[in-house]
Structures are given as C-alpha cells and as structure tokens.
Design a protein around this ligand. Structure first.
Ligand code: HEM
Length: 283
C-alpha cells in the first residue's frame, strides 16, 4: 500500500489524486508516540534544568512584577489562527474517517481566514514585532551543542538561559512555516476547483498531473499539521509550561518565571526606575 492514491485521467494517464487517507492515523499515532516518549523522559530521566549564570540582582530588582510577553494584537492573531486551524483539520479529516457532512464550504472559509491572518502576521511580525526573536541564533546553536554533550555525559559548560523563545520553539515555528505555507499556497490554488463567491471556478488551470501533485502536497501538509498540532497542544497543557500558555491569554508572565528560564540580556524587557518599583508593583 502506497501513501498516494492514483487514478486514470480522461487522457488515459496514470495521475495521483490525493494522499492515502490512512496517513491520517499515521500522523495521529506519531503525535501520540511523541508525547508518550517525552512525558516518560521528563518524568523518569530528565533532571532539573541547569543554566549558566543568574541575572544580576540589580536587573532582577528592576523588573515589573508581570513581564509583558505577547501584545493584544499578537494574541488575537494566535487565537484566530488556532480556531481556523482546528476548523480546517476537523472539516478536512472527519469526513475521511467516516463522519460525512458537507465540509468543503466550511473548509475553504476557514482557509481564507487562516490565509488572511497569516499574511497579516507576516506583516505585523516584520514591522512591529522583534522579527529575529523567532529565528535560531549563534547562542542557541552553541547552547544546543552543550546540552547534547551534557545529555551524553560528556564534559561541557552550562548553557545560557533562553532569549524570548527557546531553540525548540524556534524549530517548531520553522516546521509550522513549511507545513502551513504548503497547505496555504496549494489551498489558494485549489479554491479555483470549488464554487466560491470570490472568483470564478476554473478546474482547467493546471494539467491533471499538476492538480494531482498539488492535492498530494496539500494532503501531506495537512497530515503533518495533525502531528504538529497534537505536539503543540501537549506542550501547552504540560504543568511546567502553563505560565507560558497563560501568557498567550493574559499577555504577561510573572517576574519569577521570566527569571527562572530567560536571560534578561538576551530578552530585554523594559525595566522600572528603581525608586518607582514598589509603586508600580502595587499598581
Ligand atoms: C490546516 C490546514 C489545512 C488542512 C489540514 C487541509 C486539508 C485538506 C484536505 C485533506 C483536503 C481534501 C483534499 C483531497 O480530497 O485530496 C482539502 C481540500 C481543500 N482545501 Fe484544505 N487544508 C488546509 C488548509 C487549507 C487552506 C488554507 C485553504 C485555502 C486557502 C484550503 C482549501 C481547500 C480547498 C478549496 C479544498 C477542496 C478542494 C476540492 O474539493 O476540490 N485548505 N484540504
């Protein structure tokens, strides 16, 4: 059994039509396996996280009680994207596993919402957020090297605390870019195969072979997103990550959590003038 389904085109050509839907289960099981292995590792094998230096006490003393992490606009984007992503996953895959309903209209509408919100996010992140904060830097790679050596029991110095986003989050974001953009770009073209009020239908835009490959890429990106979403939700509900999840709702995290995981030199937050701290904390 292959991972692509084939059919014969009107011209007698053997063309791919979409992925084999059994890949849905492969993706789901891969996500579940990841979380089981990770949970066992954290529970029985991983020690306390150790970092190089503590933040200078004078910097720590001037931090606000709540450290701002996500602006209102960034949070709104995150939740709109999450709602459209879940709608896309459920409308795409529930009919394939036996729950029949008229899914295409809900699916393309959620697709348009995701596409518009991602275009907005790219613009917002490029001009209004710290664009480079989500891309791995030299310090991340050096520290990852140290973490791997220490894991293998080899001598290595302690890694630094994280910048705003740990390397794992940056790599996850990269994987979401690849799968998300593949689903979006192919999805936008696939809109011309279905009836929408946005533009006139044109199923002859590409050859049968090109359409087939496009459906396969859309499906592969889609099942990839099943695994990525399972992993993302798992991390969001892990007890030690709850302050991060809460910050995606309220926008900030406690000074204590910030100091435990983050290096104020790598993620610079606005500090309070010394004399004002007591007043500001009480505000
Ligand atoms: C989480 C992201 C997405 C997932 C998991 C997903 C999954 C799927 C799947 C499995 C199909 C069925 C394809 C087939 O029969 O081979 C499909 C069809 C479709 N998707 Fe998506 N998709 C996603 C994002 C999008 C986006 C962003 C758009 C639009 C911008 C879109 C537009 C469409 C359209 C129009 C169809 C119907 C094509 C047809 O029936 O001919 N999808 N999608």
């Amino acid at each position: 059994m292959g991972f692509i389904e084939w059919a014969t085109s009107p011209l007698g050509q053997n063309v791919p039509i979409h992925i084999a839907w059994s890949l849905i289960w492969v993706a789901l099981i891969a996500g579940m396996l990841f979380l089981i292995v990770h949970a066992i590792y954290i529970r029985y094998f991983a020690g306390e996280k150790e970092f190089a230096a503590e933040a200078a006490p004078e910097i720590a003393a001037r931090l606000p009680a709540r450290v701002p992490r996500h602006s209102l606009v960034a949070r709104a984007f995150h939740w709109i994207m999450a709602a459209s992503m879940f709608t896309l996953l459920f409308t795409a895959f529930l009919p394939k596993v036996g729950l029949r309903f008229d899914w295409v209209t809900y699916h393309w509408i959620a697709g348009v919402v995701l596409t518009v919100s991602v275009v907005f996010h790219i613009f917002h992140a490029s001009f209004f957020l710290d664009f480079w904060s989500i891309w791995p830097d030299k310090a991340d790679l050096e520290d990852a090297g140290k973490r791997i050596l220490r894991f293998l029991g080899k001598p290595a110095g302690l890694p630094r605390k994280f910048a705003k986003y740990p390397l794992e989050n940056k790599l996850y974001h990269g994987a979401i870019i690849v799968t998300g953009m593949s689903a979006i770009l192919t999805g936008v073209f696939m809109m011309s195969r279905v009836r929408t009020p946005l533009f006139s239908r044109n199923p002859y835009l590409f050859s049968d072979m090109t359409w087939g490959l496009m459906y396969v890429l859309h499906g592969l990106a889609g099942v990839g997103l099943i695994t990525l979403v399972v992993v993302h939700v798992y991390f969001a509900v892990r007890p030690e990550k709850l302050p991060i999840t809460a910050s995606m709702i309220v926008g900030s995290m406690s000074r204590e959590f910030y100091l435990k995981e983050h290096d104020p030199k790598r993620w610079v937050v606005e500090t309070l003038p010394q004399t004002r701290r007591g007043v500001a904390d009480a505000d």
